[in-house]
Unconditional design. Structure first.
Length: 330
C-alpha cells in the first residue's frame, strides 16, 4: 500500500540492475529489523551464484515508481556429483512483499514462479533452503507470509533455528582434549596441505550443500584457516566453518551481522565422520571452535540452521531466529 491506498496498476517485470536499490529498500521495510540485508550479501547470494540464480527467474511487482514485491526462483544447474542436489526440486529463495499488500502482490509472483518451475519440468518447489540461500525457510514470525504460502498449497515442515551465544560469558571448564586424545585426533586450521583431505571427507560424509558451500568459500578466501578441522593422521574426521568480520565469504551464520553486534562471528556447518560420533568428539570440536572465535575478538556468535538446540545449549547458545520450510508438489 502507498499512503493508505490499495495498490493499483501493478506491473510484473524481470529484476534488472536499476531495480535492485528499491528492492533492497523494500526488504528493509519488510524484514530490515531482524534480517538487515546489505548489497554485499545480496550480490553474493544472487548474481554471485550464477549456477542457480538468473535474473530472468527473479521478478518484481512495480506499483508506479515503487517496488511492491519481489520473488527469486532458483533451480539446480547441472551440479557435479559431490553437490548432490535433488534434480526434481526448485526453490523460491524469497518472496518479498510490501507489508499489508500480500493479497494483491504475492499471488502473481507465486503464480509466475510455480508456472516457470512446472514448465521447466520440476516436480517440487521448496521455500528457502536453496544454494546460497537467504533463509532456511519462511521466517516463522512472518504470519502473513505463512498464510500466503499455505493458501498457495505449500505444506509446512519442521521449524529450524538460528542460535546465538555470548562468548564473553564463561562456558566451562570443558575438557575438549580428552576425547580427542582418546581418538588419536588433533584440532587445527585447514591449510593448503590438508584441503584435499577435507574435500574428500566432505564428499564422502557430507555431499551436497556442505561440500558445495565449502568449495564456494575456498574460491574467495585467501586461506582455508577459518575452516577448522579434526585430523587423525592424514585423514580429516571433522570440520567446522568459523566466520567473523574478516571473512570474505559471508557465511549464513553472519548473514544478519547488523543485528548481532559489532564484534560478531558465527559457526557452521559443523560435522564429524559417523565412525567417530558418540564419543564427545563433536562437542569437543564445538568447544574449540568457540574458543577460536573468542581469540579473534568475537563477542556474540550465531550458529545457523539447526534443530540441535540442546546440544548447542550446553555452551549457552539460545534460540535467536526461527524458520519453517515449506514445499509444494507440482
Amino acid at each position: 500500500m502507498r499512503g493508505g491506498r490499495e495498490i493499483s496498476d501493478l506491473k510484473l517485470a524481470a529484476l534488472e540492475a536499476h531495480r535492485v536499490p528499491k528492492t533492497l529498500a523494500l526488504w528493509g521495510r519488510r524484514w530490515g529489523g531482524r534480517f538487515p540485508l546489505d548489497l554485499a550479501l545480496w550480490r553474493q547470494n544472487t548474481e554471485g551464484d550464477p549456477r542457480h540464480f538468473q535474473s530472468d527467474r527473479c521478478w518484481v511487482i512495480e506499483d508506479g515508481e515503487e517496488i511492491a514485491g519481489c520473488l527469486a526462483l532458483k533451480v539446480p544447474g547441472n551440479p557435479p556429483a559431490w553437490a548432490r542436489q535433488d534434480p526434481q526440486q526448485a526453490w523460491i529463495s524469497f518472496l518479498l512483499v510490501q507489508p499489508g499488500a500480500e493479497g494483491a502482490v504475492a499471488s502473481p509472483l507465486l503464480d509466475r514462479a510455480v508456472g516457470r518451475a512446472r514448465g521447466l519440468g520440476f516436480e517440487r518447489v521448496a521455500y528457502g533452503g536453496d544454494p546460497s540461500h537467504f533463509f532456511p525457510g519462511a521466517p516463522e514470525e512472518d504470519e502473513p507470509l505463512r498464510d500466503v504460502l499455505r493458501e498457495a498449497g505449500f505444506q509446512p515442515g519442521d521449524v529450524v533455528h538460528d542460535l546465538i551465544g555470548d562468548l564473553t560469558v564463561s562456558r566451562g571448564p570443558w575438557d575438549a582434549d580428552r576425547p580427542l586424545s582418546e581418538a588419536g585426533a588433533a584440532f587445527g586450521p585447514c591449510d593448503r596441505g590438508t584441503t584435499p583431505a577435507l574435500l574428500a571427507f566432505l564428499d564422502e560424509h557430507f555431499p551436497g550443500r556442505w561440500a558445495y558451500e565449502t568449495r564456494r568459500r575456498l574460491e574467495v578466501e585467501p586461506t582455508a584457516a577459518d575452516i577448522l578441522i579434526l585430523t587423525r593422521g592424514a585423514e580429516v574426521i571433522g570440520f567446522c566453518h568459523a566466520y567473523h568480520a574478516g571473512s570474505r565469504r559471508i557465511g549464513p551464520s553472519i548473514y544478519w551481522r547488523g543485528a548481532i553486534g559489532d564484534r560478531y562471528g558465527g559457526l557452521g556447518p559443523i560435522g564429524v565422520a559417523p565412525a567417530f560420533r558418540g564419543r564427545g568428539i563433536g562437542f569437543a570440536l564445538l568447544v574449540l571452535s568457540v574458543e577460536h572465535l573468542h581469540t579473534l575478538g568475537v563477542e556474540r556468535a550465531v550458529i545457523d540452521w539447526t534443530t540441535l538446540t540442546d546440544f548447542y545449549g550446553r555452551l549457552g547458545f539460545t534460540v535467536w531466529r526461527a524458520y519453517r520450510p515449506w514445499r509444494l508438489d507440482l
